[in-house]
Write a protein of this length. Structure first.
Length: 220
């Protein structure tokens, strides 16, 4: 079995590699795929250098499973093309509410894997995944009607730019200098703000709406 990781140079892609190495998933060949600007970079996996390949011309017929870890826009453009040749496991939000794509947390609803129609499996956002694992046994016993959730999330969920901004702002604050926010609506260093993703018309953020909709789909 050959596998590919799309977005291998990003935070999620590298974490996927870390999990693959820790779990010792058996496979024959590993293909690390990213944008053209990362082509040719080397990433070490299990002590060996792996060269990063260009997503634009990668041949997905070489692999049996492709992990997409490059964000919504990349999944929108390339996942269905890849799914014509291999099984796609998508980490982005793009397919999560697609009725023809199962939203899977293995400990909760692995039985939904028999509902694969597009050769794509989605997984929920990180907050939902933790929530449904804890609540599923209770739901099976009592049928949960309402859940009140508070999440406290790190800037790493937004990727490299927000992480860099946190480091930069922290240095400025400690030096007693003025801070200007680029990726956040307020200063993020030494702070917590009730704002993840953008606000919808009803006043909820997309992150809050994701948790609500994805939890319901997982429990169906």
């Amino acid at each position: 079995m050959n596998i590919a990781i799309v977005g291998a140079t990003g935070n999620v892609g590298r974490k996927t590699l870390e999990v693959l190495e820790k779990k010792e998933l058996p496979f024959d060949n590993l293909y690390l795929v990213a944008s053209s600007k990362s082509e040719g970079q080397k990433i070490i996996f299990k002590g060996k250098d792996h060269e990063v390949l260009n997503l634009e011309n990668f041949d997905f017929s070489k692999v049996k499973i492709a992990f997409f870890a490059a964000g919504k826009k990349i999944s929108e453009k390339f996942a269905e093309k890849a799914a014509k040749h291999c099984l796609v496991i998508d980490n982005s939000s793009f397919f999560r509410m697609d009725p023809d794509v199962p939203l899977i947390v293995p400990q909760v609803n692995s039985s939904h894997l028999d509902q694969i129609k597009k050769n794509i499996i989605a997984n929920p956002n990180c907050s939902t995944a933790q929530l449904v694992i804890a609540c599923k046994p209770l739901h099976d016993l009592f049928v949960i009607k309402r859940i009140v959730v508070s999440t406290y999330q790190s800037v790493s969920g937004g990727g490299k730019a927000p992480m860099d901004e946190l480091i930069e702002q922290t240095k400025l604050v400690l030096d007693g200098k003025n801070v200007k926010s680029k990726n956040f609506t307020k200063q993020i260093a030494f702070n917590a703000i009730p704002h993840i993703d953008v606000f919808a018309d009803d006043g909820y953020t997309k992150e809050e709406l994701k948790m609500s909709k994805e939890t319901k789909k997982n429990f169906r």
